[in-house]
Write a protein that binds this ligand. Sequence first.
Ligand code: CTP
Ligand code: MG
Length: 383
Amino acid sequence: MLAKPTVAAIIVAAGRGRRAGGDVPKQWQQIAGKTVLEQTLARFQTHPRVDEIVLVVAREDLGWVETMGLESQATIAIGGSDRVASVLSGLVSTQADHVLIHDAARCCCPAEVIDRVLDALDHHLGAAPALPVTDALWTGAADLVTGVQDRAGLFAAQTPQGFHRDAIVKAHRANDQPAADDVEIARRAGLDVAIVQGDAGNLKITTPEDFARAAKQLETPLDIRTGNGFDVHRFGDGDHVMLCGVKVPHARGLQGHSDADVGMHTVTDAIYGALCRGDIGQHFPPSDPQWKGAESHIFLAHACALAREMGFEITHMDCTLICEFPKIGPVAHPMRARMADVMGLDIDRVSVKATTSERLGFTGRGEGIAALATVTLIKGTTA
Ligand code: CTP
Ligand code: MG
């Protein structure tokens, strides 16, 4: 079997962005919490079929590269006075079999477009995304329509434009004229270029209005959630209890399948609740012997990891332990510290407090400990 071809993404970011305006070139401007370039890089860094990234920047922009720590994320090449020169500089900086030449200014490129280009390279020396033109086309001069143009067979070109590297390097070396993109250069050299389906969302930031259009696609709507948890464990024999990850000496122990840390369990359940992902018993069934005697931080860490996987940031946790004894006040701080550690949170966002139930009910009679928790999870930004 032939080895899988290696793939390099060449991101051209050496332009001055004159039409987009702003104090700095468009690729260094902010969009949805990052620079345009970082948004674009993320599209390729997270794509499983891209092995290497070459970033082409203007020499005068090397300061940005350093401030943003981009050398560790990409091979850096220096761009030229036009796009063609910048692409060639990127092309000679990689040995990959296939290259995806992409405008830094297209920061919303969907993974499926990248996939379609790469798939087509199995059968063609070049492939590029495009959309059939749907608007009527005119020619015009001095604000007057001077004629109409048939749109049949016309396509609006996008990037990434993919090529077998040797073929496109040869085409660039043979080229001595300006070109709008690499398909134009490939065609001049006689290469066949397959058209794959582009995406309306794969827009290029060109004018100031394009920032808002692109931001709309990149920003996730604000999603704030609260989850609550409740748990009870019964006292049995023992000489300590585990509460919020801290071993507290006590004349009795708490009974349970795991270490019976009622505080950690209730916080874990609150997180699953906020995520609408069931409860602790579904993720760690008591019937499963592997969780017998398990330390409860395993459960809590799992819930926190799931929250992050789903794109949520945990911003706050508040846990109330209900018991007459042991006294929680003296150990509340180490409990907060331990919970903060397991949850990856700042201690200022973690609260552990306690109340008695005035000697009423099962907690009042000292038959067990109950715990309540509320957590707050956030993802997205306000548009
Ligand atoms: N580009 C480049 N080197 C150049 C010119 C352009 O790497 N000498 C890159 C741009 O950074 C951009 C892409 O090519 O990501 C597409 O070009 P364009 O949208 O025209 O960007 P700019 O040239 O920066 O913008 P303008 O033409 O408005 O000045
Ligand atoms: Mg330009």
